[in-house]
Design a protein around this ligand. Structure first.
Ligand code: DGL
Length: 273
């Protein structure tokens, strides 16, 4: 029997998953969170399925030591490559970001043409296309890897002429095929949402899987009777952050995304798990 007051485990390849944490904090504010960012081994987006599965399994083992009641795979690449495998290895309910994003995209499109932007791994896995077509076989889905968006977002160039220029180069081919829905299929992309929206124009709806995942997580917890019934206070270890490297840098970035002051982030050796 899971403990309702236990934290939710959230993991990502680094800082990007904080966009998902932010949504969870706002949509289910009474929940405790343990976050792990694999800052020593980021990026995941250009690595193989085998490697990402191995990393994700180690993180699962770490989160098990934190006695989490549910796990959110906040990283799109890990959701694409590893979720199916590692969810079989535990009883802890697990949710990734891809299925919730795919569901909303399939419900949003009117002209049946959907674009998905993400890392090389996410786009090459064609996982968004698979889930979207399961829900709506009539639609066409075109993926486009946008690897430079990750460093641009991490450099804080969320609205900058350099980001505009790169976004134009990446997105023109999606504009040309007249998509009406675009999935922001990478943790970092909600940070540059305004730039993407500007380039795509107002006829294209942007889907943010981070928002949808938090909504589905809330439903999952309610369904399993796992919503926290004794809310924690902020000072009460409510939000705990772990990384595999460079905790100070993580803290600075995290504080630029999340409105609660992140007081500490602890470095752990993830290879031990
Ligand atoms: N978190 C990754 C994702 O959502 C992006 C960064 C990386 O490549 O590790 O796919």
């Amino acid at each position: 029997m899971m403990n309702k007051n236990a934290p939710i485990g959230v993991f990502d390849s680094g800082v990007g998953g904080l966009t998902v944490v932010k949504e969870i904090m706002s949509q289910i504010p009474d929940e405790r969170i343990v976050y792990f960012g694999d800052t020593a081994r980021v990026p995941y987006g250009n690595k193989s399925k085998e490697t990402i599965t191995k990393f994700s399994r180690q993180i699962l083992h770490f989160l098990q030591t934190q006695e989490v009641k549910a796990i959110v795979v906040a990283c799109n690449t890990a959701s694409a490559y590893a979720l199916d495998e590692i969810e079989k290895e535990t009883d802890i309910p697990m949710i990734g970001v891809v299925k919730p994003g795919a569901k909303v995209a399939s419900e949003t499109t009117k002209n049946g043409r959907i674009g998905v932007i993400g890392t090389e791994g996410t786009v090459n896995s064609k996982i968004y296309s698979k889930y979207i077509k399961e829900l709506n076989p009539e639609v066409s889905v075109v993926g486009k890897a946008c690897p430079l968006f990750v460093p641009l977002a991490e450099e804080g160039l969320w609205q900058d002429p350099v980001t505009d220029e790169i976004a134009k180069r990446y997105l023109t081919e999606l504009i040309d095929i007249d998509i009406d829905t675009l999935v922001l299929g990478c943790t970092h992309y909600p940070l540059i949402r305004d730039t993407v929206a500007k380039i795509m124009g107002n006829k294209v709806s942007l889907v943010n899987p981070a928002y949808e995942t938090a909504r589905e997580l809330k439903e999952l917890l309610a369904e399993k009777d796992l919503l926290n019934d004794t809310p924690a206070n902020l000072g009460d270890n409510k939000y705990r952050f772990f990384v595999s490297d460079a905790s100070e840098k993580f803290k600075v970035f995290a504080n630029s995304i999340i409105k609660y002051g992140i007081l500490s982030a602890k470095t752990i050796n993830i290879e031990e798990y």
